[in-house]
Design a protein around this ligand. Structure first.
Ligand code: HEM
Length: 402
């Protein structure tokens, strides 16, 4: 499709970026009446909030609806915890999920990508999300946990039920949220039972997998409880799946929308890691993080009362001219790139090395297998709810093989 043909076709990811530009013009902070919260918009204010968990808590507590199965299921989910609980749990799972474990996954990730792309070897057009971006991170997490191959399909089914329709993101209405949680409760119970059973099997017969290492992890004589391991598995699925799917789709859309970037990468494939960082800066999959103010404080020139709610905006911080040269230009060769897409401080993304590794392997393989990979029509592309996830749901692509 030529640039002229593209004119007038809405590309939601670019509309979102326009909205961020307008938001950022408001200054470091902006009050959002509809949600009753402060948006934190510039790089300095966002970094200072994320670096100070004592003043800006991740425990959003009573604001979230409760549901018994969900509560049980998310017990080890330390992304919503503050120190010292957060430190204790993160230290335990860090023993099991080390950089070496992640690096050791490279050959498996290669094999999974190759198998997924072999399955579309006869197609000149396919949905990149269906074929690769969606299944890859789930299969990697399932393999990491030591789930037998014939049960990977269960993880895929659960993930699609948990994320179908973004039930948890479409509305700010508490009653709607509670109904949405009720609707997914049977899936949550099923996952909970499955993972508990998987832990029991691994306790009886330990293997060389993350589940066995989580069972063995110990800090000061304390081990993870089974239900906390389940919560961590849930966190891996929620935090590590949709985000990585989004990153892969966003990379393909970004390179398609900026043919110069695609040509640069094809002529110098060693630039790929830098290009991935630029895509992460350009379109952060989780654009907003919630925090609760624990004591009166002045932030970005605004006086905030205790219990004020903040929405920390990574999308606008990533385009702050005070931190980035030419922030509204996509530059796959950018060297200085202190983007905040993986967060900052004690909650910095636990899976960032894995997400980067998956993206490098998958995007390199797409480049090697196809001399051209383009999006034929943006009318056929569908998107996630951009308030929650910046990413595509459906991405038909046309490919040409050497
Ligand atoms: C935390 C983004 C992939 C596991 C976070 C946070 C962000 C983030 C922004 C911080 C949340 C906060 O401060 O409230 C992303 C993005 C990804 C990605 C953009 C992909 C492009 C992954 C993967 C995994 C993972 C692949 C694991 C397999 C986690 C965990 C936390 C986390 C466990 C919680 C860390 C803590 O609270 O200490 N992620 N993530 N993420 N991420 Fe990721």
């Amino acid at each position: 499709m030529t640039a002229d043909q593209l004119a007038g076709v809405p590309v939601l990811l670019e509309d979102v970026a326009d909205r961020w530009r307008q938001l950022r013009a408001a200054g470091p902070m902006s009050y959002e009446e509809s949600r009753g919260l402060w948006q934190v918009l510039d790089h300095e204010a966002v970094s200072s909030v994320l670096a100070d968990p004592a003043t800006y808590s991740s425990d959003l507590g009573s604001l979230a609806p409760t549901q018994e199965d969900f509560e049980t299921f998310t017990q080890g989910n330390f992304v919503g915890m503050d120190p010292p609980e957060h430190r204790r749990l993160r230290a335990l799972v860090s023993q099991a999920f080390t950089p070496r474990v992640v690096q050791g996954l490279a050959p498996r990730i290669e094999a999974i990508c190759a198998r997924l792309l072999d399955a579309v070897a006869d197609h000149d057009r396919f949905d990149l999300v269906d074929a690769l971006a969606y299944p890859l991170p789930i299969i990697v997490i399932a393999e990491l946990l030591g789930v037998p191959a014939d049960e990977h399909r269960l993880f895929q089914e659960w993930a699609s039920i948990l994320f179908s329709g973004d039930q948890l993101g479409e509305t700010a209405d508490m009653a709607d949220l509670e109904r949405a949680l009720e609707a997914i409760a049977p899936t949550i119970r099923e996952m909970n039972d499955y993972v508990l059973e998987h832990i029991r099997r691994r306790r009886a017969h330990p293997g060389d997998d993350l589940t066995s290492r989580l069972i063995a992890a110990e800090v000061d004589g304390v081990h993870l409880e089974d239900q906390q391991i389940v919560g961590f598995v849930a966190l891996l699925l929620v935090a590590g799946h949709v985000t990585t799917t989004a990153l892969l789709g966003n990379a393909v859309v970004t390179f398609d929308r900026n043919p110069g970037a695609d040509a640069t990468l094809r002529s110098d494939p060693d630039l790929l890691p830098r290009a991935i960082e630029e895509v992460l800066r350009w379109l952060p999959p989780f654009p907003e993080l919630g925090r609760r103010v624990t004591r009166p404080v002045v932030l970005g020139g605004q006086e905030l009362a205790a219990d004020s709610m903040l929405m920390v905006h990574l999308g606008t911080a990533n385009r702050d001219p005070a931190r980035f040269d030419a922030p509204d230009v996509l530059d796959v060769t950018r060297r200085r790139n202190p983007h905040l897409t993986f967060g900052h401080g004690i909650h910095f993304c636990f899976g960032a090395p894995l997400a980067r590794l998956e993206a490098q392997i998958a995007l390199r393989m797409l480049q090697e297998r196809f001399t051209s990979l383009t999006v034929p029509s943006y009318e056929d592309v569908t998107y996630q709810n951009p308030a929650v996830i910046i990413g595509v749901r459906r991405l038909p692509v046309d490919v040409v093989r050497p």
